[in-house]
Ligand binder design. Structure first.
Ligand code: NAD
Length: 252
């Protein structure tokens, strides 16, 4: 896939941009002309992504913990100052899992995943969308949230992860309804198993995953990133509150 979009003149803020799907999203958006603020709690990862982009000096890398409101607001402010523009494209990709059987799940383990995957999506979305509205730049604005097919199917030993992703899907649809008239469209993607560090599982778990996948392979981060770019582009202007599966048929 390589059909290009025209994001020239636009600034994109990508959380979780320091690895996996978020890194591929940064690369595809930069390829298609956006200037990218690569945000991640792991600054080294964000800087590595920056170094992989076409014309790195057009882009910036920032340390941002999406579950921390102050860091989110600081990251947005620094993006605006350094880019001399407000991001009108937002991709909420930061996420993590902390597997445990639900009967043994501690409150701390439960809330850690909810705070990053769900609250983080809320904090960053609210800050960036308010900034677009304050600066009269909402028209043409677009948000893509990275949920997971587990938000639909559930996932044993990952109850809080699956719940956070189901929450992201409902949050996406709610924001899409509230913001439609402002010109900001909000959609989400439900990836299936994608070959990133998050899926660095022991071979028997990998084999079990693959046995449930009609294509018999993990997806590549770029295959999700191209869908993100489509949902950010004008080509998808009749998509609103959509939750698009990019799964290779896994758990369909
Ligand atoms: N890989 C998959 O199979 C898969 C499937 C469905 C959904 N997803 C979702 O895709 C997104 C990206 O995952 P990935 O597979 O690329 O994993 P990854 O581990 O390669 O990347 C996740 C990134 O998020 C960052 N991050 C974690 N906590 C953060 C925080 N508090 N603030 C900011 N950044 C933080 C990490 O540092 C990392 O760079 C996640 O939301 C994940 O839940 C992945």
């Amino acid at each position: 896939m390589s059909s290009k979009n025209d994001f020239s003149g636009k600034v994109a803020l990508v959380t979780g941009g320091g690895s996996g799907i978020g890194r591929a999203v940064c690369q595809v958006l930069a390829r298609d002309g956006a200037r990218v603020s690569v945000c991640d709690i792991n600054l080294k990862g964000a800087e590595e992504t920056l170094g992989s982009l076409k014309n790195p000096s057009d882009h910036i890398a920032l340390c941002m913990d999406v579950s921390n409101k102050e860091q989110v607001h600081d990251g947005l402010r620094v993006t605006q100052e350094k880019m001399k523009a407000t991001p009108t494209l937002l991709v909420n990709c930061a996420g993590l899992g902390r597997p445990a059987p639900f009967l043994e799940m501690t409150e701390e383990r439960f809330m850690h995943v909810i705070n990053v995957n769900l609250k983080g999506t809320f904090l960053v979305s609210q800050a960036v969308c308010k900034a677009m509205l304050d600066r009269n730049e909402a028209k043409g604005g677009a948000v893509v949230n990275i949920a997971s097919v587990t938000g639909k199917t559930g996932l044993a030993n990952n109850s809080q992860y699956a719940a956070s992703k189901g929450g992201v899907m409902a949050f996406t649809k709610s924001c899409a309804k509230e913001l439609a008239k402002t010109g900001i469209k909000v959609n989400c993607i439900m990836p299936g198993p994608i070959r990133t560090p998050m899926l660095a599982f022991p071979q028997e778990i990998v084999d079990e995953f693959l046995s449930r996948n009609p294509l018999g392979r993990f997806g590549e981060p770029e295959e999700v990133a191209e869908m993100v770019a489509f949902l950010l582009s004008e080509k998808s202007n009749y998509f609103l509150g959509s939750c698009i599966e990019v799964t290779g048929g896994h758990d369909m």
